[in-house]
Design a protein around this ligand. Sequence first.
Ligand code: DGT
Ligand code: CA
Ligand code: CA
Ligand code: ZN
Length: 579
Amino acid sequence: MSRNDEVARRLETFADLLEAQDVSYKPRTYRRAAENVRDYPEDIADLAADGKEAVAEIDGVGDAISAKIVEYVETGEIEELTELQAEMPVEMDALTRVEGVGPKTVGTLYEELGVQTLDDLESAARAGEIQEVPGFGPKTEQNILDGIDFARTAHERQLLDRARPRGERVRDALLETEAVERCELAGSIRRWKPTVGDVDVLVGSDQPEAVIEAFQSLDIADTVIEAGTSKASLRTEGVRVDLRVVDDEEFGAALQYFTGSKQHNVAVRNRALDRDQKVNEYGVFDISEVADPDSGQRVGERVAGVDEEGMYDALGMEWVPPELREDRGEVERAAAGDLPDLLEQSQLRGDLHMHSEWSDGGNSITELVDAAAEFGHEYIAVTDHASGPGILSGVGLDDDELYEQIERIEAVAAEAEIEVFAGVEANIEADGGISVGDDVLEALDLVVASPHSGLDGEGTERLAEAARHPEVDVLGHPSGRRLNQRAGLDLDVERLAAVAAEHGTALEINSTPGRLDLPGRAVKQALDAGATVVIDTDAHEPSSFEYIRYGAHTARRGWAEAEDVLNTRPAEEIQAFVQ
Ligand code: DGT
Ligand code: CA
Ligand code: CA
Ligand code: ZN
């Protein structure tokens, strides 16, 4: 996205929120300004460098808007917009994708029913609450219901925490079906990609019609999109699920093929050809004595295909965990019998990033500690937001409040059955500085430092500077990306990781499904450069502790072994690391 686009997007959000608050006239001014900014032939950032008078030269951009544009270019933020968003914390883009729902409707439904997300909208409509709102009726409510699924899938890939549980429900239901011999998730969801286009499910059976029939009548199927003799697709709560039924004898070959990635499969196929073998969705075939190996799907003697292990084995390879199948060197390593001994989720002992009601979390420190013990953690760090750039005023703690909180955490820790560290999530300023006084940082057990403002452009030196800070232990969600929303900072991960390794700072894999930051590819680069990673949830309530599974699989996508991950270590070793 160019800078002009980015500024225009902000102005449009501004317009939407004003409209949602029923402000008249102004929204139109903002939209018009947005349009002209988008079409402006040069980089708006250069213009902003000359001051707001220069920006106001753009058609339709007056003094008020030009000041906001300059503010955005300089600080990466428009304070008034941040405040508006806090007053009305709704997923505007998602909600307005529902046909017939505009910003004004969003505003009304938020004020009247507290609707913030598509899920909220759907439950309100199903409960018949929308037709009770003045100005709405049963017909509008039905239209909203009809439009929700489409809005969900219109152009976004689904986050893993939406897709994965729904895929697993389909798989588990099919496994209960008589005609199903074997059933597994395939495609990107089996590789634990952070977002998925659709959920692929594979069944091995000699009664495909019965399986298709059972699939169509699953009670979680909202819509059957299509159904054939060995393939079918349905939608469940906005997630598309593709089913393929294959002969159980060929299940392993089909599973290998349909798990992908395409690039991995190409690399595997090339290896096979070098060995006078052919690999496809039906098996591995020996074609050393075949005149024309291209003449058919099942040519030569079939040497594998019943199960996946046998497929890789026939190709002279170790079985490759799905998370690694991205053509990042796994084929050669598997052929050499030298794949990493990947981290298992069960090896994680604690969680070093979470929020209590002291900042923007929903629970007391005691509640977090009890829930973490219940979850099975041996230790946690409570890391509420410090005040600073990117944190709404009133949410972050200032130095005095942090001192007060340390005392409180220590009091809870003294009674707790698990180890509780007094932490903070400090903000990384534009120059790499940390938003908390050094004496407070020193008094804390653990310091997570994260970027919360200025989240685009090059960020390597800014984060490296934070990693060099002697009191910083973890760089939280380093890129600041938001899946489907914001690409985040450009990072030279290798360089950042080298600095982090030198200064004993861990890089976070933030398990929040909308982040998964660092992502797998970056994790691999970081580990290759010698850094340590830590898998945190950034939970704002205990139900989010379970997000750790997404972080663990992201670590596996980055080839992480247990020893690479800080929170596989016992509490005493965490203490040693942060000292
Ligand atoms: P997605 O759904 O966009 O998140 O990504 P995938 O990887 O699940 O892709 P999808 O659903 O189109 O296909 C599932 C798998 O099937 C894919 O990972 C590899 C395999 N596959 C599909 N089409 C081809 C193809 O043309 N060539 C090869 N080699 N494999 C394919
Ligand atoms: Ca897929
Ligand atoms: Ca598919
Ligand atoms: Zn956080």
